[in-house]
Each structure stands twice: as structure tokens, then as C-alpha cells.
Design a protein around this ligand. Structure first.
Ligand code: M6R
Length: 601
């Protein structure tokens, strides 16, 4: 949530900041602003609305200067207004800051600072930090920031400009990501790597309670006691083009079309000529997944894989629930946190809880160097490349794929799977990208469907077992980008209440990938048809004939092993959500009220 950028160098800061903010707009997009330091004077431009609005403002009143900070906001404290937009300054305007996260003790601090004469003009928690730093500054910025860390509670990433130190850019983090991009004679700062990719791929990932001091010729990092540290830079393999639209109308569509390649890359990262790369260590007798949103749905699929392929007890938990649940630890258990960003606050908190109860921990993330990646015993990456659209597609597919590989690896080691079965699955996986391409090449029928069903009142997705997890994901995709009300239901559960909602304006889509459950799910579909619903079945080609006896419409995908079908059937579901959102005229990549990375509870 919210994006931060910063620059210090010899180029004009404004265009670099605006470009960086545009690349981070997916993190939050209700207001934006920049502050630039020139001749010892800070000037601010900020407004409600998106980066394009800010651009208009800076076109009218440009800011010259080679040191600056910028912010794109997802409001938590105070509405998205010009005044609440960042940067915020102290009373005199000689300190300007941008902030990601939430300052939990802002009410008490505000009262205290007002008592000292500070006048607040916004409703934000961030303004508190600006006034605080100003009151703590007595000619030594490092001391002021160390004291700030001691005073603030909550989570934050702060970038700070000080008129008294015109050739320095300061930043500090606790619980919110910040990366420093290392250039030649210039330094960059961002909350997320894509913002600085056009300038450099050498980055320093800041740790909690670290203060970084950026000057044109280098960066120095200190802990909160003032000790200097020497963190090693990381070289990022993503290139700038990977975070651009590349001719597609939306990032989401581009990312859907990148899935065949992402699946192939992830497979080759984990399976070489001599078999599996090390995946989950040991042989756990219970595996728990913790995650949010789409990543939780991947975890649900993972739990199915571990049960089917490794004979291992496995459950997926919503991280925000898990963190407050009474847990029953078991000695030989692993808790795997799944998160595309690796920065989701609830997932990180659930992971802390798992660690406290003594579980072994592992991570599945798309973001090298993220907090999650760095805090577990074993971190596994997905090789989806940067995912910019708020709606997750390729990250989800590669999460499901990696979970499948993890279950296969464990199943092979614990004797649940024969090597012949593993080889058959691996050759099926190698054929998958081609089958995915075939699905992606034929999406006109979805457009026609969406044009007809634009004004539905409600839509249902149903399935059993693995297919229930897929139905949940299909419904979430549709909800978040088209805003169409929809429900995902375990097919057999419909008749216990929700079937009352079914009528002739509630289409029902059944996902059927498992032969053993096909007849059962089709009979549930039949029950909805009898109540007037238009029924659709998404299934492999080999079920199509049987499905067409019950469903009004069949959307077949190419045949594949049952365990691989989740990776195929989700493609038409993603395309359905996309087409529906486009037909409704929605802002596909930046749906209302959402942000890509949810770093607050
Ligand atoms: O970065 P994470 O994978 O931890 O994010 C978790 C959810 O916030 C995320 O999957 C969300 O549900 C997406 N908007 C779904 O498309």
C-alpha cells in the first residue's frame, strides 16, 4: 500500500520521481505528491487523484532540483484530499517526509506535539512524523532519526528531506519495505523494485530499524544505535521491460499471457536433469499454509496436492485468522507462508506466530529480498517476474505449480509416489505451456459471453475438493476487477441455503477437473439449472460430452493429468474476469479500494 520514491544525483529529480511513481501506482493510487530540494529550499507539489493529475500540476508549476522524494497513496488515515496527500512537512516546512505504513501511536503523539506548539493541517498519521522529526532535530539528523525510531510505534518506511542538509536523502524502515538503487553518481530509493529498474538493477534491501543515508556518491547504512553496517547489494534479474505493458491494453492481460513462460521458467528452476532441486526440507508429517487472498487460494490447492501426492496432512489458513487462532503445535510440522509480494502484514504476523510456537517455517514468494524471503528457514521463489496488476494471475499460477512440485518431491521421498508417476507428471508439466497458449489464443467466445451477461445480478462458481479452491479464485478475480457480485461455493453445500439465491439471472459456473467428483458436481449443476440458472461447465476436453448433458455451455480446456488441470482451467476464468471488467469499463489494473501489496493489518 502506498509507494515511495526518492532520488539524489545530478539529473533533474522531478521526471525521475514522476516516472518512478507511475511505476508504483499499482501500490496505491488515490493521491500523490513530490518534494524537491533546491538551493536549500524544499518545494512540494501534491494533489488528490492519480499520477497524471500530479503531472498536470508539475507541468504547470515545475520543480527544479536534483534531490527529491515522492509518494503515491492508499489512504488509511484521512480521506484522499490534496492536504492529506504526501509529502508532509513540519511547521516551518524545512523537513519533508513521505511515509508508508501506519503509525499506531499517532493520536498520543499528535496531542503531545500540539502541546509543544505544532499546528497540524492534515488528518494523517504521517504529519505527526514530520513534526516529530523536526522537534527532535538539533543539527544531527541521524540522532533525530534514531530517536524517531524509539518514539514511533507501528510500521513505517520514511524518506526524509532536510533543508539544512541539501545534499543528503535519509530514509528509515520498520515493517514496510524500502530498497536503495545504486547508480553511478546517483542513488535511488523506492518501496518496490520495479520503480528503479530503468536506472539500476543493483539494490540494497533495508532491514527493520536501519537508517540509510544517501548521497550522490554512495549510501551508508546504520542501525538504530548508530553502528554502521555493510549490507551486500543484490543484483535483480528482472529487467525494466518486464514491468511494462509491452503493447497489451492492461498489465493484467499481459501477465495472463506471460503464464506459459512463467510456468516453464518455474519448472526449470526446480527440476533439472538430475531431478528436484531442494524444496521442503525433511519429511514433515503436517504442512500448513498461511496466506491471504489469491495466495490463500493457492494454499488451498497446495493442501490438496500434499494430501493426494505426498499423503501428508495439510491445511490452508487465512493468515489474518491464523494469527489470532489457538494453535496445536506438532513437532514435525512445517508452516509455509505464501505471498507474491512477500510483504503482506497479516501473512508476516501469522508467520511470526508459527515461529513462536516452534514450527519450522518456509516461504513461497515471488519477490527476492522481500521480508518473507529473508525471514524463513527455507525460501522458495516463484519465477513469474514482476506482477504489476493488482489482480494476481501469473503469481498465482506459479504458486500452484511450485506447490505441486513441492508435493511431488515430498511424495517421491516419502514413498507415496513412484518415480514413474513423477516422471509422467513432469512430462505433463513440460507440455503445459503449449496447452496454455492454445487456451489463450481462443478467447473471443468469452467476449461474446460477457457482452450478453454484463448486467447479471449475481454469479456463482462451484466445485468440489481441488475445484472448490479454483472456484474461490475464479470468483475473487471477477469480484475484484469487475465488481460483479459473485459467490464461490463448495458444490455440495449449495442446497443447504445459498440455492435460494438462484434464479434465471444467476449464471452458475462449475469447475470440474476431477473424474471422481465429476458426476457429483454435475448433479449439483443440474439442481441450479432446474431453478432457472444458465449453467456452464469448465472441464477438460475428455469430460466435455458428459458435461454437455447437464450444462447449457461447456468451456473445455485441453486434456491433461488431473493434477495439472488446475493450471489450465484457471486461464479461462482469469480471461472471463478480465473481459467482464473491460466490458464494464472498469479500471482493470487498479480496481477501486484495492492496492497491490497490503502492508497494514
Ligand atoms: O502479496 P500477497 O500474495 O501476499 O497478497 C495477498 C493478497 O492481498 C492478494 O493475493 C490479493 O488477494 C490479490 N489482489 C488477488 O488478486
Amino acid at each position: 500500500m502506498c509507494g515511495i520514491v526518492g532520488y539524489i544525483g545530478n539529473q533533474q529529480a522531478q521526471p525521475i520521481l514522476l516516472d518512478g511513481l507511475k511505476r508504483l501506482e499499482y501500490r496505491g493510487y488515490d493521491s500523490a505528491g513530490i518534494a524537491v530540494l533546491r538551493d536549500g529550499k524544499i518545494s512540494v507539489r501534491k494533489c488528490a487523484g492519480r499520477i497524471d493529475q500530479l503531472r498536470k500540476l508539475t507541468d504547470e508549476k515545475p520543480l527544479g532540483g536534483t534531490v527529491g522524494i515522492g509518494h503515491t497513496r492508499w489512504a488509511t488515515h484521512g480521506e484522499p484530499t490534496d492536504l492529506n496527500a504526501h509529502p508532509h512537512t513540519d511547521v516551518k516546512g524545512d523537513i519533508a517526509i513521505v511515509h508508508n505504513g501506519i503509525i499506531e501511536n499517532h493520536v498520543a503523539l499528535r496531542r503531545h506535539l500540539e502541546g509543544q506548539g505544532c499546528v497540524f493541517i492534515s488528518q494523517t498519521d504521517t504529519e505527526v512524523a514530520a513534526h516529530l522529526i523536526h522537534t527532535l532535530y538539533r543539527g544531527d539528523m541521524m540522532a533525530a532519526l534514531r530517536e524517531t525510531i524509539r518514539t514511533l510505534s507501528g510500521s513505517y518506511a520514511l524518506a526524509v528531506l532536510n533543508e539544512n542538509e541539501p545534499d543528503v536523502l535519509y530514509c528509515v524502515r520498520l515493517g514496510s519495505p524500502l530498497v536503495v538503487g545504486i547508480g553511478q553518481g546517483e542513488m535511488f530509493l523506492a518501496s518496490d523494485i520495479p520503480a528503479i529498474l530503468p536506472h539500476t538493477r543493483d539494490v540494497l534491501i533495508l532491514e527493520d530499524r536501519e537508517i540509510a543515508v544517501l548521497r550522490r556518491d554512495g549510501v551508508r547504512v546504520f542501525d538504530d544505535l548508530g553502528n554502521e553496517k555493510t549490507p551486500a547489494p543484490l543484483h535483480v534479474s528482472w529487467d525494466a521491460a518486464a514491468a511494462e505493458k509491452g503493447g497489451f491494453a492492461h498489465f493484467m492481460l499481459k501477465e495472463i499471457y506471460e503464464q506459459p513462460e512463467a510456468v516453464a521458467k518455474t519448472l526449470s528452476a526446480y527440476v533439472g536433469a538430475d531431478g528436484f532441486q531442494p524444496m521442503l526440507p525433511g519429511a514433515p508429517d503436517r504442512v500448513e499454509f498461511i496466506a491471504c487472498g489469491t495466495a490463500y487460494h493457492a494454499g488451498m490447492a497446495g493442501a490438496e496436492y500434499f494430501a493426494h501426492l505426498a499423503g501428508t496432512e495439510s491445511t490452508a489458513h487465512i493468515a489474518s485468522e491464523y494469527r489470532y487462532r489457538i494453535l496445536f503445535p506438532r513437532e514435525n510440522q512445517v508452516v509455509v507462508a505464501i505471498s507474491q509480494s512477500g510483504e503482506t502484514a497479516d501473512t508476516l504476523a501469522a508467520l511470526r506466530k508459527a515461529r513462536e510456537m516452534g514450527a519450522h517455517t518456509a516461504a513461497l514468494t515471488n519477490t527476492l529480498g522481500s521480508t518473507l524471503d529473508r525471514t524463513v528457514e527455507k525460501s522458495l521463489l516463484t519465477y513469474a517476474g514482476p506482477e504489476i496488476a493488482v489482480a494476481s494471475t501469473k503469481a498465482y499460477i506459479t504458486q500452484v505449480e511450485t506447490l505441486l512440485l513441492m508435493a511431488m518431491d515430498l511424495g517421491l521421498r516419502n514413498g507415496s509416489l513412484t518415480s514413474d508417476r513423477v516422471q509422467a507428471l513432469l512430462s505433463g508439466l513440460r507440455e503445459l505451456p503449449e496447452k496454455m497458449e492454445a487456451i489463450l489464443q481462443n478467447r473471443d467466445f468469452l467476449q461474446q459471453y460477457c457482452d450478453r451477461h454484463l448486467h447479471e445480478r449475481l454469479m456463482f462458481f462451484i466445485g468440489r475438493g481441488m475445484d472448490y479452491s479454483l472456484a474461490m479464485e475464479a470468483a475473487l478475480k471477477l469480484k475484484e476487477i469487475s465488481y460483479l457480485p459473485c459467490e464461490a461455493y463448495a458444490a455440495g453445500e449449495l442446497k443447504h441455503g445459498a440455492i435460494a439465491l438462484i434464479s434465471d439471472d444467476t449464471p452458475v459456473i462449475a469447475i470440474c477437473t476431477q473424474e471422481a467428483l465429476l458426476e457429483k458436481t454435475l448433479s449439483n449443476l443440474r439442481e441450479t439449472k432446474a431453478r432457472g440458472a444458465e449453467t456452464i461447465c469448465v472441464c477438460p476436453q475428455r469430460f466435455a460430452q458428459q458435461a454437455s448433458r447437464e450444462a447449457d455451455i461447456v468451456w473445455p480446456v485441453p486434456d491433461a493429468d488431473e493434477m495439472l488441470l488446475p493450471l489450465l482451467v484457471m486461464l479461462p476464468m482469469q480471461l472471463l474476469a478480465y473481459s467482464m471488467a473491460v466490458a464494464q469499463g472498469r479500471d482493470v489494473d487498479k480496481p477501486r479500494n484495492l492496492a497491490k501489496s497490503v502492508t497494514v493489518e
